[in-house]
Structure formats: structure tokens, C-alpha cells
Design a protein around this ligand. Structure first.
Ligand code: G3I
Length: 353
């Protein structure tokens, strides 16, 4: 049985059928992890064991966003991410930060109080405290999340947000520079959504991301990786395998690493009984990962949760009549599903990096 870790410098092992996803990924030089909420792991020891068995990295799903961390201006509540960091450290898992600058999940007080006059010091104070709290312990930080909008009315494609409004378009470069000053060892990531399918908005978004990251790189901004969220759907217009391959090759060509950062596959639009939907979900996982992992610049794959019992999609985008979706590698009782086997097979077949 392989060592359950994908940490840098840890022994690379041959994977066997009983290995968790992290060990199979590690055998190809890849890191596999999942988003988590401490409340879910505390509530379910089975789920906690599944994370320890399957993952090489944890990402707080909610706990590092302003809304969760900063109920008021003077309070930093690290309880959820600190719990997860301890769990990660105890089980030899890496830890990844999501997310410092986003247009969503902001507490009302920030939206109320931010002005062009105080925005930079607000950002600096937040980064100093939050990045500083985890300095030297983060594999990577999502510094800016979803900064572009395929439907933007601006020529640079930037999404309207309190950050753009109060700091101007330079807020992205500023955020990366400040983050790098505070934790020079963390891989600094620009994370973005909706770049996967064959429709015009995704085409536009891929183009915008390439432009933005090209500009940041030329200007010496310390962005080190692109996070590709990849919230996919079975039974709908499929993701664009050729376009995804070309896009990831171009991103790599800019000298950037890639993290598939929030992967899940919803069966919301898939037809048929559960077993058929599970196969459709597994097929999308397999197809997507075989396209993405051909690009050696992809260094990590993170699923947005591990077990269906805990997926954000069940509260946000359930199936008709509020029926549950099955978008993750493990089912509601943490048993491995066809999706797990498809991910394992894609990892095992990936070129070694
Ligand atoms: O913890 C509180 C709880 O105390 C309260 O009773 C309850 C009432 O609504 O809310 C709970 O907080 C919720 C939290 O999830 C924990 O479950 C928030 O309302 C809810 O907004 C939050 O949703 C998260 C969302 O981001 C916003 O932060 C989802 O779990 C999380 O999966 C989702 O993740 C995003 C990524 O950050 C960016 N990419 C898209 C992805 C999916 O939307």
C-alpha cells in the first residue's frame, strides 16, 4: 500500500487498487485534494476518515472567505480553517487557501465601509493578518477569484466588484504583490470559473484569462498559477476537450502552473435512473481529466467536496423537486462511486510530471 501523501520530497510509490486517490495521483507526481468544512468532518467520523484516506490536500470550502472570517471589522475568526489545518497536519495533508479577494461572500460591514480612500489599507490589513496567520504552511493561495466576467461591459473584461470600484483595475496586481510580500513561499493563484464548455461565454472567458495573465506576467506580477474551477455537468453540452487542451497549453506557455481547483460533475441534467446518471458523471470526470492531465503544467486536482452528502450543489442546484445530486467521488455514505473509479483511472493514466 502506498504512503498516503503527495507532499513535495515524500517518497513516490507505486499505486495499488486499495490506494486512496491521493496516493494514485502521487504516483504520477500529482497532488489530489478536496474542499472541506470542519463542521462536516466533526459531525461524521466516517467522512473525516474518508478525507484522511483519499486526500493529499485540504481546502477550506467557506472558512477563509471574508464573510466567514470577519463577522465585524475587528474580529478574525480562524476557528474553521485552523481546525482543518490541524486535521491536515495530523494526517500529512497539504493545505490550500481559498480565497482572499472575491466579489461574493463579503460581510455587510465591508460593503458599507469601503471607500477609494481606505480600500488599499483594508486589503493590506486583511492580507497581513490572514496570510500571515498561515505563513509558510500554505501550498497555495487563491489571491483573486472570478475577477473576469464573460458578460462584462468593460473592454478589459473585469468583473464589477467593490475591489474594482474602489481600487481600479490595478487591484489584481496589487493583491498579488501584497500576498507575495507576506508569504513568498506560497504558490499564488488566479482562480476563475466557466472556462470549460464550447459556448461563446466560455470562449470569451478563456480569451480574457489569457490576456489578463499575459499582462500580469509581462508586468512582473507574482502570479504563479491559474486555478480552473471546472464545475461540470453531465447530460448537457459537454466541455470542450480540444479547447480545454489548447487553453491549458497556452496557460503553461505563459510559465504558469495549473490547479484544477473546484472540480465536480452535477447529474442535474442527466436522464435515467441513478446507476445511469452515476455512469454519465463518471464519464465526464474521465474525459475531462484525461484532457486536462495531458498538460504536465497541471500540478493538482481538487474536487469541491469529497462525498455527495456534503456537496454545495444540493443546497444551490438540486435536481427537479429538490432531489439530491451525486456530483462527487464518494456517495452519501462515503462509499466509492463510478466517479471515484473514473478519477482513479485518469490519475493512473496521466503522464508523470
Ligand atoms: O455557516 C452558516 C450557518 O451558520 C448558517 O446557519 C447558514 C444559513 O444560510 O449559512 C451557513 O453558511 C453558508 C456556508 O456556505 C456554509 O454552508 C453560507 O450561507 C453559504 O453562502 C456558503 O456557500 C458557499 C459559497 O461558496 C459562498 O461562500 C458554498 O458552501 C461553497 O461551496 C461556495 O464555493 C464557491 C467557491 O468559493 C467559488 N467558486 C464557486 C463555488 C460554488 O458556489
Amino acid at each position: 500500500m502506498a504512503v498516503l501523501s503527495a507532499g513535495r520530497g515524500w517518497p513516490r510509490t507505486r499505486a495499488s487498487a486499495s490506494d486512496g486517490l491521493a496516493a494514485i495521483a502521487a504516483s504520477r507526481g500529482l497532488l489530489y485534494g478536496a474542499a472541506a468544512k470542519s463542521s462536516s468532518l466533526v459531525a461524521s467520523p466516517e467522512l473525516a476518515s474518508a478525507y484522511a484516506r483519499e486526500c493529499g490536500m485540504l481546502v477550506p470550502e467557506v472558512g477563509l472567505k471574508w464573510q466567514a472570517l470577519r463577522p465585524d471589522r475587528d474580529t478574525f475568526d480562524f476557528s474553521d480553517p485552523d481546525w482543518l489545518l490541524r486535521f491536515a497536519a495530523d494526517h500529512g495533508l497539504r493545505f490550500r487557501g481559498h480565497t482572499l479577494i472575491w466579489y461574493k461572500a463579503l460581510p455587510a460591514w465591508v460593503e458599507r465601509e469601503i471607500t477609494p480612500g481606505n480600500a488599499e489599507s483594508l486589503l493590506r490589513q486583511h492580507f497581513t493578518t490572514v496570510i500571515g496567520h498561515y505563513r509558510g504552511r500554505m501550498h497555495s493561495w487563491d489571491v483573486v477569484n472570478e475577477g473576469l466576467d464573460a458578460h462584462s461591459d468593460r473592454s478589459d473584461g473585469l468583473r464589477r466588484s467593490i475591489w474594482l470600484e474602489n481600487l481600479g483595475p490595478e487591484y489584481i496586481a496589487l493583491a498579488f504583490h501584497v500576498a507575495h510580500e507576506i508569504d513568498p513561499a506560497a504558490m499564488l493563484v488566479y482562480n476563475e470559473n466557466e472556462m470549460d464548455d464550447d459556448r461563446p461565454p466560455s470562449d470569451r472567458k478563456r480569451g480574457m484569462v489569457l490576456d489578463l495573465l499575459g499582462r500580469l506576467r509581462s508586468a512582473g506580477v507574482p502570479v504563479a498559477a491559474l486555478g480552473v474551477q471546472a464545475h461540470l455537468r453531465a447530460g448537457q453540452a459537454p466541455f470542450a476537450a480540444t479547447k480545454v487542451r489548447d487553453f491549458l497549453r497556452q496557460i503553461s506557455g505563459l510559465g504558469l502552473k495549473i490547479i484544477v481547483s473546484e472540480l465536480d460533475v452535477s447529474d442535474r441534467d442527466a436522464a435515467g435512473p441513478m446507476a445511469e446518471r452515476d455512469q454519465a458523471v463518471a464519464a465526464v470526470y474521465g474525459d475531462y481529466l484525461s484532457a486536462a492531465l495531458d498538460e504536465r503544467g497541471v500540478v493538482a486536482v481538487v474536487t469541491w467536496g469529497l462525498s455527495d452528502q456534503d456537496s454545495w450543489l444540493n443546497s444551490r442546484l438540486p435536481r427537479d423537486s429538490n432531489r439530491r445530486v451525486r456530483p462527487l467521488p464518494l456517495d452519501d455514505t462515503t462509499r466509492r462511486k463510478p466517479a471515484w473509479h473514473a478519477i482513479a483511472a485518469a490519475f493512473a493514466a496521466a503522464p508523470v510530471r
